[in-house]
Write a protein that binds this ligand. Structure first.
Ligand code: NAD
Ligand code: MG
Length: 421
């Protein structure tokens, strides 16, 4: 490992969160910092779809990146294998009952171990962490992200639920911190790429593309009978189970509209979803002169992950290149919120603000799990989310503790609705 350090002046990507202050995307964010090479990364969610693709990139570019902390939820064997391969300083398992297994396997190799949500949240604060990649699922991403912001760490954010649940709070904390969030979600990475060099005042609309999921062409009646296997069969992307179900219900797109609003500070009425079944155009920005910029690429998360790890800079050595001639047609259509009512949660949650999206997110996590276990039907995911939203406590200007309370309450209520529905 290289321990050399030097003074570096870097022009990192445009600072989205400073848009309101500078009203321009051309402001160069000058970071003057002691930079370690390789950049030391805490990979939260290391055994998952995003986590393992991140580790591919880290392994391919040891001169640039080092996995300093690896964290996972329950797959101890998998985490042990990754830790022996990447030799992080620390490995963390979410499920505390698995700590003895982790400790026995890793401590003889000089790898420290820890367990539980507190260890996950606090590991990001260590002085030897330069960047945090958050790729755990759902609400679990919020607490470590807040710790990372308070510790002034840069964040490659895959866990969109963090911004869905508490986007306003996250932005408030970012304003008081040196930390910057770089989006990993492919649509938001595409928008960041399209906005580079542009003046914020000339942005008319953000167009977030959606594959339409496996039920794009299904009727109401077919969707009502959809099984977990049907919903897990995503046409273009290979992802974790939760986001795959969210893609089938289009809840994922509702979340991404909320995520875009908080990341790019664009009002909800100027953010739309467009169904693009080929998943080649990853999103678009329309400008005041009528120009529309799009980012094209194969449906593969390596590119947006690498772009975020590099603080919105490009790596050489693409995993896969796009051959447009392989695609006979690229098509775009309007989303159908009659068959996919979860899409409306973007507007509902952004209009209500406060803890509304926190309640919907919690309900959705419970509902998706219940659907996968065969306890509710696919359309009942929407019903459980709506019933929970209406039944949950609403806090208009929430602090962190309010999110904790509303998340817990909404989970309780959603679990009851799943049993009684
Ligand atoms: P996944 O299910 O494949 O992996 C999740 C990882 O998080 C696993 O390592 C799991 O062990 C870990 N984890 C889950 N809960 C945890 C907890 N409470 N504590 C510690 N670790 C925990 O999920 P994924 O598809 O990689 O998605 C991760 C996040 O990235 C989600 O928020 C998702 O919406 C977002 N995202 C994923 C993709 C994709 O292509 N997979 C694309 C865009 C955004
Ligand atoms: Mg996405």
């Amino acid at each position: 490992m290289q321990f050399s350090a030097w003074l570096s002046v870097t022009a990192s990507g445009f600072p989205y969160r400073k848009l309101s202050r500078y009203n321009s995307y051309v402001v160069v964010n000058l970071n003057i910092a002691i930079v370690h090479t390789p950049k030391r990364i805490a990979v939260l969610g290391a055994t998952g779809s995003i986590g393992s693709q991140t580790l591919d990139i880290i392994e391919k570019h040891p001169e640039l990146y080092k996995a300093q902390v690896l964290a996972a939820g329950r797959r101890a064997d998998n985490l042990i294998g990754l830790a022996l391969r990447h030799k992080p300083r620390l490995a963390i398992i979410g499920d505390e009952s698995l700590l003895p297994q982790l400790r026995a396997a890793l401590e003889p190799h000089g790898i420290a171990t820890a367990a539980g949500p507190k260890a996950l949240a606090e590991c990001v604060e260590a002085a030897d962490i330069d960047m945090v990649l958050t790729a755990t699922v759902g609400y679990s991403g919020l607490e470590p992200t807040i710790h990372a912001i308070k510790a002034g760490k840069d964040i490659a954010l895959a866990n969109k639920e963090t911004l869905v649940v508490a986007g306003n709070l996250v932005n408030r904390l970012l304003d008081e911190s040196q930390s910057t969030i770089y989006p990993v979600d492919s649509e938001h990475s595409a928008i960041a790429q399209c906005l580079r060099g542009e003046n914020a005042a000339t942005v008319e609309r953000l167009l977030i593309t959606a594959s339409g999921g496996p039920f794009r062409t299904w009727t109401h009646e077919q969707i009502a009978k959809a099984t977990p296997d049907d919903a897990l069969r995503h046409p273009n992307w290979s992802m974790g189970a939760k986001i795959t179900i969210d893609s089938a219900s289009m809840m994922n797109k509702a979340f991404e509209i909320i995520e875009a609003h908080h990341l790019f500070h664009i009002e909800p009425s100027r953010i739309s979803a467009v169904v693009h079944p080929q998943s080649i155009v990853h999103s678009m920005v329309e400008f005041t002169d009528g120009a529309v910029k799009a980012q094209f690429g194969v449906p593969d998360m390596h590119l947006p992950i690498a772009y975020a790890l590099g603080c919105n800079t490009r790596l050489s050595g693409a995993e896969k290149s796009l051959r447009l001639e392989d695609y006979a047609t690229l098509t775009f259509e309007k989303p159908d919120s009659k068959r996919f009512p979860c899409l409306d949660f973007a507007q509902i949650c952004l209009e209500r603000g406060g803890t509304a999206a926190c309640a919907v997110n919690a309900a959705n996590e419970v509902a998706v799990q219940s659907f996968l276990q065969g306890l509710i039907t696919f359309p009942q995911i929407f019903e459980v989310n709506m019933l929970t939203l209406e039944a949950s406590t609403f806090v208009a200007v929430p602090e962190y503790e309010d999110f904790v309370a509303v998340n817990a309450e909404a989970r309780r209520r959603a679990t009851e609705f799943c049993k009684s529905i």
